[in-house]
Design a protein around this ligand. Structure first.
Ligand SMILES: O=P(O)(O)OC[C@H]1O[C@H](OP(=O)(O)OP(=O)(O)O)[C@H](O)[C@@H]1O
Ligand SMILES: NC(=O)CC[C@H](N)C(=O)O
Ligand SMILES: [Mg+2]
Length: 559
């Protein structure tokens, strides 16, 4: 899952990077691995700064901002999908031909390999990373190159995008910046990934309008961009640097309008409106519907015996409150969150995630002692959070611990940009609900019904009635090649092997461990407690290092 932004200001002397740098932290919950900004100054010169880390780690000083001049630019926050988490895959990507294009993508392509082969054999374009986004940019650039023109116009751009739509399969919401020309936003024909456009009166001497594209409306709200327009499936919008109104075009007919329901369940901020649906309201509805299921599944007597409904901060708070109100049970925020620890699920590396749940959440023991509690979370994915949390409730001497999830059991891969986990890592994979309860140590687990989840979002008066729900149902909104899942698993396997090898080679080269096979080297690194030293030598963030060691442990090599 990623966050994208693009800004173009009416005043040619104004600085777009301010808005981008203020907007990215508002979308930080969408990606914590890497961050980047590219701007374009007068004369068409492009400036970029990107790398691994949070935005505050990548854009650290005033000088960094001053090094990004120009009145238009794009920004990206990365939570990687199937590629790697290396610096080289941080976005925006740039190609110099034709015209100089910068590109930022939220989503995941399910035919990335075919695109690479097309780019290699037919378009003769070199792709330097494993990122599907780099391929997508090059498909666009190649189509644009076909015009053979010295300068392009809007029709050329829309035509090139038609080619992108024809070739790219999967989920994608994208922003692009053409040097000296303007910015573009477009969205896949199924409307899986979100994109919204807003406008603001310019403060510049000549008036006019500033424009911003964003993954979520909350960034537009906070930066005072109004009059929000949801980019429709298959629609593209161009805004040129000369001022003037955005140019909208339905480049290809919409094949559906099925936003990813996981945005409403977990990813988006509650104060965003996506595809006309308030995330906050959808979460309230999830809580109400889940209350009915809890009552049905546990029965009136058991529900009466529950003393407290307790949310797992932060995402489930809205739903847990409406659930508590509907069941007439007291609501208690008995887990307190350390606001300086980020989202745990989107951290790379199981060990890091596990540690972070404890660092992030603290149980107020006196609220649990001798009470029956119903813990509510938005979803149970790997079960990392729920297992730790139930444990903490038990340590605090709760009597009965029930666990309710606003989302149904997750048993399938997410293939459109929210890289949930390898299916085998999903706690509900090949487990019944009772087995999940046992695994996380709860007295019972109550899952939302899929139809109730869909209804919670779909009943909110938007045009959107369909949702992408493949993680729950195994049925995906786009056609998927039959061997795709197999290939996905194999890519994941190769990636984890590559990471283990890199870590082991570094450890040996730095003299931290003596030579041996990969798993033995990593075993020694862990046993000596020299992970940090290897990390420093590798110059990767601490999160990423967690991943190196974890994957080796998951593979059975390190205990
Ligand atoms: O079953 P798991 O694999 O643990 O994943 C699910 C958990 O991860 C997320 O929390 P996270 O800490 O990422 O974010 P939040 O603070 O927004 O709830 C989500 O809200 C669940 O609590
Ligand atoms: N989660 C995303 O949207 C990621 C975008 C892209 N597939 C990447 O890995 O960089
Ligand atoms: Mg959570």
């Amino acid at each position: 899952m990623c966050g994208i932004l693009a800004v173009i200001l009416a005043d040619p002397n104004a600085s777009a990077v301010q808005d981008i740098n203020n907007g990215l932290p508002i979308l930080q919950h969408r990606g914590q691995d890497a961050c980047g900004i590219a701007t374009c100054a007068q004369g068409g010169k492009i400036y970029t700064r990107k790398g691994n880390g949070l935005c505050s780690e990548v854009i650290r000083t005033q000088q960094h901002l001053m090094d990004l001049p120009g009145n238009m630019g794009i920004g990206h926050l990365r939570y990687p999908t199937a590629g790697s988490s290396g610096n080289a895959e941080a976005q925006p990507f740039y190609v110099n031909s034709p015209y100089g294009i910068c590109f930022a993508h939220n989503g995941n392509l399910i035919n990335a390999e075919d695109l690479r082969s097309y780019l290699d054999h037919e378009a003769h374009r070199h792709i330097n990373t494993d990122s599907d986004s780099e391929s997508l940019l090059n498909v666009f650039a190649s189509a644009l190159q076909e015009t053979g023109k010295f300068r392009v116009n809007q029709d050329d751009l829309f035509l090139a995008l038609k080619d992108v739509y024809k070739r790219a399969q999967g989920g994608y919401a994208c922003v692009a910046m053409l040097a000296g020309y303007g910015i573009i936003g477009f969205r896949d024909p199924y409307g899986i990934r979100p994109l919204v456009l807003g406008r603001r009166k310019s403060n510049g001497p000549n008036g006019g309008m500033d424009f911003m594209f964003s993954s979520e409306s909350v960034a537009l709200d906070q930066l005072e961009y109004v009059d929000h327009h949801t980019i429709k499936p298959g629609e593209a919008v161009i805004i040129t640097k000369g001022g003037g109104e955005p140019i909208h075009r339905q480049v290809v007919p919409a094949l559906n309008w099925a936003p990813d329901i996981f945005e409403y369940v977990y990813f988006a901020r509650p104060d965003s409106v996506m595809d006309g649906i308030s995330v906050y309201r959808s979460r309230q509805n999830m809580g109400l519907a889940l209350a009915d299921t809890v009552l049905k599944q546990l029965g009136g007597e058991v529900v009466k015996s529950i003393d407290l409904v307790i949310p797992i901060p932060s995402t489930s708070e809205v739903s847990a409150l409406s659930l508590a109100q509907k069941l007439g049970i007291s609501y208690c925020q008995a887990f307190v969150k350390n606001r300086y620890v980020g989202r745990t699920f989107i951290m790379p590396g199981q060990k890091e995630r596990q540690k972070s749940v404890r660092r992030k959440l603290n149980a107020m023991k006196e609220e649990f002692k001798d009470r029956n509690v119903l813990l509510v979370d938005d979803s149970i994915v790997r079960g990392t959070t729920s297992r730790e949390i139930v444990n903490m409730a038990r340590e605090a001497q709760a009597k009965k611990v029930f666990f309710a999830s606003c989302a149904p059991p997750i048993r399938n891969a997410h293939i459109y940009g929210i890289d949930l986990a390898d299916t085998k890592e999903l706690v509900a994979y090949n487990r019944t609900e009772e087995e999940v309860a046992q695994h996380i140590g709860a007295d019972a687990v109550i899952y939302q019904k899929l139809e109730d989840l869909v209804q919670s979002c779909g009943a909110l008066g938007s045009e959107v009635k369909n949702f992408e729900v493949g993680v729950f149902s195994g049925e995906y909104v786009t056609p998927v090649q039959p061997d795709y899942f197999q290939r996905l698993e194999s890519i994941r396997g190769q990636n984890s092997l590559k990471k283990r090898q890199e870590a082991a080679i570094t450890a040996v080269a730095a003299g931290i461990a003596s030579d041996g096979d990969v798993e033995h080297v990593l075993n020694r690194v862990r046993a000596n407690g020299t992970e940090t030293k290897v990390k420093e030598t590798m110059d990767v963030s601490i999160h990423n290092f967690g991943d190196y060691v974890d994957v080796s442990r998951e593979a059975g090599g390190v205990n």
